[in-house]
Ligand binder design. Sequence first.
Ligand SMILES: Nc1ncnc2c1ncn2[C@@H]1O[C@H](COP(=O)(O)OP(=O)(O)OP(=O)(O)O)[C@@H](O)[C@H]1O
Ligand SMILES: [Mg+2]
Length: 467
Amino acid sequence: MSKKILAIDDDESVIWVIRKALEPLGCEIEAKMSIRSGLKVVDKYKLILLDLMLPDGNGIDALKEIKTFNPDALVIIVTAHGRMESAIDAMREGAYDYLEKPFDIEELEIVVEKAFKDISMREELLTLRQGKEEAMPFQKAGQIIGKSRSILKVFKEIGRVAPKDVTVLVSGESGTGKELVARAIHNNSRRKFGQFVAINSASIPKELLEAELFGWEKGAFTGAVEKTAGKIQAADGGTLFLDEISELDIDLQAKMLRFLQEREYSPLGSNKVIKSDVRIIGATNKDLQECIKGGLFREDLYYRFNVIEIKLPPLRERREDIISLARHFLKECIRAFELSQKDFSKDAEKALAGYNWPGNVRELENTIKKASILSRGSLLERRDLFANDYNACSIKEFLESKLNGFLGKMTKIENSNLYETVISEAEKALFNIVLKETKGNQVKAAKILGINRNTLCKKIKEYKIVV
Ligand SMILES: Nc1ncnc2c1ncn2[C@@H]1O[C@H](COP(=O)(O)OP(=O)(O)OP(=O)(O)O)[C@@H](O)[C@H]1O
Ligand SMILES: [Mg+2]
């Protein structure tokens, strides 16, 4: 590292001493006699020696300005003997150290050496951190995006429950981010160095799920050729995430209840009792109270899971988050798929923000992924995001906006028989389009329209539609 130093001091004898002391250490000194001339070059230096009394002003003000132009620079204050208070003020304003004039050459050398050591350590740390971030395929993997009131509430709840070892139930519609929240709890707990093991109760047949969870002894069932550890053991010292707990078979629910109470279990085909140190986080997209009423879920197990519940609201109830999530996913896609820079058009943003997202964040993520790969230009348009998707702009919204525009111009027309005109014109247009689409096939057209063929025939005659 080149050891370049800027010295701002109007006393030439001080500059001479600084050079004498520091040049033998390999330092390059640039001297400036005023604050104004010093500030012009300040951004080129990592270390600055600054006098407190200068012809064009006070060193404390100069320090503040240096910190605005070059916040990372280390500034060593040089002060005349007996101006202790100003030195303390300078430290408070973020000076790195201070020296008293006339200074001891050895002291100056020590302070400057130490400053350069700190600078190089800070730079090393910075490159290390950057390297680590680059090594991650999805830089902010696991980051929960959102600024809405309801997602901030979720952040707070994660912070509150993570350090405690309590069982947590995360509930919310499919795709709202339940697994992401469970991972955040794990990553912010003392178990973060242990494993996070996820198991989905809905995707594994019920006979296998029990074995997957508890493990088995050799010969416990047909095909159990080897003793195998279960997910509970794999998660020992960490967190076990049980997804879709409403899908747990009722017999397995009894076994889970025992496990949650005792924190002990026996693998299939074994009498051995194994103690387990695992934190359980359950997730559900169903209303468990309803499942209890229907006799599908044990009430006592519900209370074991539901020590603390974190409810994730559907995306349509936190619309403020849609655009920031969309931007986040677009950025991730551009990086992961090495695409050229892209952005959303204003109209596309409007469509994203207005859509209902029944599949929540997962649907939004998939929509952005697909559109970012398929679109050609640098702007993602509404049609790129919602090709063939009539929900993006519902018929109701479409008609309302068109009618609003039309009716605005109609106020001057009297006796317009508005109802008849609008309804018959809409019908005529609809039949025309569908008949064109089916190339005049009335049976097909009636089917698409959801009316019977006789009605369609009557309308064709009434409106004199040429088929
Ligand atoms: N707030 C968020 N910020 C960033 N990504 C999110 C957010 N919420 C969800 N995701 C992403 O959306 C996808 C779905 O999230 P996740 O799998 O956690 O949902 P889920 O509620 O468990 O869904 P399911 O009930 O279908 O299992 C994941 O890729 C996840 O990373
Ligand atoms: Mg999930």
